[in-house]
Design a protein around this ligand. Structure first.
Ligand SMILES: Cc1cc2nc3c(=O)[nH]c(=O)nc-3n(C[C@H](O)[C@H](O)[C@H](O)COP(=O)(O)OP(=O)(O)OC[C@H]3O[C@@H](n4cnc5c(N)ncnc54)[C@H](O)[C@@H]3O)c2cc1C
Length: 481
């Protein structure tokens, strides 16, 4: 009997969870190889932070890795020794440190590694997949250091890429020592004079993390943050989930949908509630709405409304919002609205020129360090990553129409340059955003992993399962990220 094999490229949250589900659903002789270029499996970009004040923006009660065991993460937290929790009293509504969620995912992987039934079935490989040769069968993944992994099927779970710098006429500043391209790199805040002036590019959740890190390391100097609209994520508000007033169907035209949500939010506020549950009530339908919307409306949404959607949808945990509010009130944190136009270096400082929104005059900010916090780069057509570049160049994959990731079908199969559907290459996680839009937070990705594992298990010969589109709506109505 031949051994079916599935390789998963990337062991962040998406790849690790997919591997765990594959082990459960595939025939017992299937081999699952999980490949990660970094030292730490199971954490990825989001959950590698060592800072205990970088909190999850979803309450612990909703962060289980398994939708059919909704309290798994909370139960795990409650089993941890007190000293590991750093003062957290875990309950369903607490916002736990992100590193603890990374430890939870890693512990699930460890359990699987130790399970006798996983012996010879789960293989962890440390390496950087640089190319995929699909000219024969099996496909061959070429790794750095000349290694190779063979597999019948492969899944890209390559996740988020570091932010792209704002485009400017002379990009030489981006090679200078004052610029930090990756806010998650250890050196982003290293060797910084605590009294110095810092400029953060972006005003989203990454900027919020960086402000928290700066405050934690005793930074007293001014912190400036600039983005095109200057919008900060809103704060989570505890409250009962809202039922929409009229159970009317959700419109899928952009303007009509916007009007409906505004009307519902105003009504909720008039009745003494808050707008947050109205945004959350759309969650189970967001993927359906996105897929039903015309391409023109999706493009208009991205051009005009995305920043507004992002700050209302991806919100700050209360304790984090308190610190950000205090920093703004004291004047230490200042937000600016505009587009960066260029930089000049003098006397060890950067003059950052930007055009304030709605103005035809330039303004200038001085900073001793400029950190790019503009959020993960999703335009795969421009990403310099060796594997993705190669796959795009040889036409194995193509960017989706809106350049949010790679083009995939409803069952996560990758489409090639001419639109043909691969039967051997798949993708999972944020890379599939173009098709699903809502594929960022844990509740959505975990559902996608379960459904994709079921589909792949059928392809490698598990007893017949009818493949469901992985866009199948999430199981509950009260997501809060
Ligand atoms: C800072 C941040 C905070 C977040 N906070 C929350 C939150 O509180 N709650 C929530 O629900 N969601 C949150 N999210 C969203 C979500 O949980 C993540 O986006 C999710 O973890 C995505 O996981 P991933 O595995 O797809 O991607 P990643 O975490 O980016 O992992 C991809 C992995 O693939 C590896 N890789 C890439 N290419 C290769 C290659 N060629 N060869 C080998 N390995 C490769 C990378 O090294 C990486 O480890 C957050 C996201 C970010 C960025």
């Amino acid at each position: 009997m031949t051994t079916p094999s599935i390789a998963v490229i990337g062991a962040g949250f998406s790849g690790t969870l997919l591997a765990l589900h594959l082990l459960r659903r595939c025939p017992p002789h299937t081999r699952v190889t999980l490949i990660e270029r970094n030292r730490r499996f199971g954490r990825g970009m989001a959950y590698s932070t060592g800072n205990p004040n970088h909190l999850l923006n979803v309450p612990a009660g909703r962060m289980s890795a398994f939708h059919d065991r909704p309290h798994d993460f909370l139960d795990w937290l409650q089993r941890q020794p007190e000293e590991e929790l750093g003062g957290l009293q875990p309950n369903a509504s607490s916002f736990a440190p992100r590193h603890l969620f990374g430890a939870y995912i890693r512990s699930l992987l460890n359990e699987e590694i130790r399970a006798p039934e996983s012996r010879d079935r789960l293989v962890l490989v440390r390496g950087d997949v640089q190319a995929i040769d699909r000219s024969g069968h099996p496909i061959i993944l070429h790794l750095d250091r000349g290694e190779a992994v063979e597999a019948d099927l492969a899944v890209l779970a390559v996740g988020n890429f570091p932010p792209r710098p704002p485009p400017i006429a002379d990009p030489s500043f981006y090679d200078s020592a004052l610029y930090r391209p990756d806010p998650w790199a250890a050196e982003a805040l290293a060797d910084l004079d605590p009294a110095s002036r810092v400029l953060l590019i972006g005003t989203g959740l990454t900027t919020v993390d960086m402000v928290v890190s700066l405050l934690d390391q005793g930074h007293t100097g001014p912190i400036h943050a600039v983005s095109r609209r200057g919008l900060l994520p809103r704060r989570h508000q505890a409250g009962p989930p809202a039922a929409l007033a009229e159970p009317i169907p959700f419109p899928t035209g952009l303007m009509a949908l916007t009007r409906t949500l505004r009307r519902e939010a105003e009504r909720a506020i008039e009745q003494g509630g808050t707008w947050q549950p109205v945004v959350d009530a759309l969650r189970p339908f967001t993927q359906d709405v996105w897929q039903a919307m015309s391409l023109t409306d999706r493009a208009r949404f991205l051009r005009h409304m995305r920043p507004w959607w992002d700050v209302h949808r991806h919100r700050m945990a209360g304790p984090v919002a308190d610190r950000i509010d205090a920093a703004r009130q004291s004047g230490q944190l200042q937000l600016h609205t505009g587009r960066i136009q260029g930089y000049a270096l003098h006397d060890g400082m950067a003059d950052v020129r930007y055009r304030p929104r709605g103005s035809d005059r330039m303004a200038c900010l001085q900073a001793a360090r400029v950190i790019n916090c503009s959020g993960p780069d999703a335009d795969y057509a421009r990403i310099g990553d060796t594997l993705i570049r190669g796959l795009l160049l040889d036409g194995t994959v193509r960017p989706d129409a809106l350049r949010l990731g790679l083009d995939v079908t409803g069952t996560c199969a990758l489409l090639n340059a001419s639109g043909a559907i691969s039967r051997r290459l798949f993708a999972v996680g944020p890379v599939t955003k173009g098709t699903f839009w809502e594929m960022t937070a844990v509740p959505d990705i975990r559902r996608q992993c379960e459904l994709l594992a079921q589909h792949l298990a059928a392809l490698v010969g598990a007893p017949a399962v009818i493949a469901q589109p992985v866009s199948a709506r999430p199981e509950a109505f009260t997501y809060m990220i």
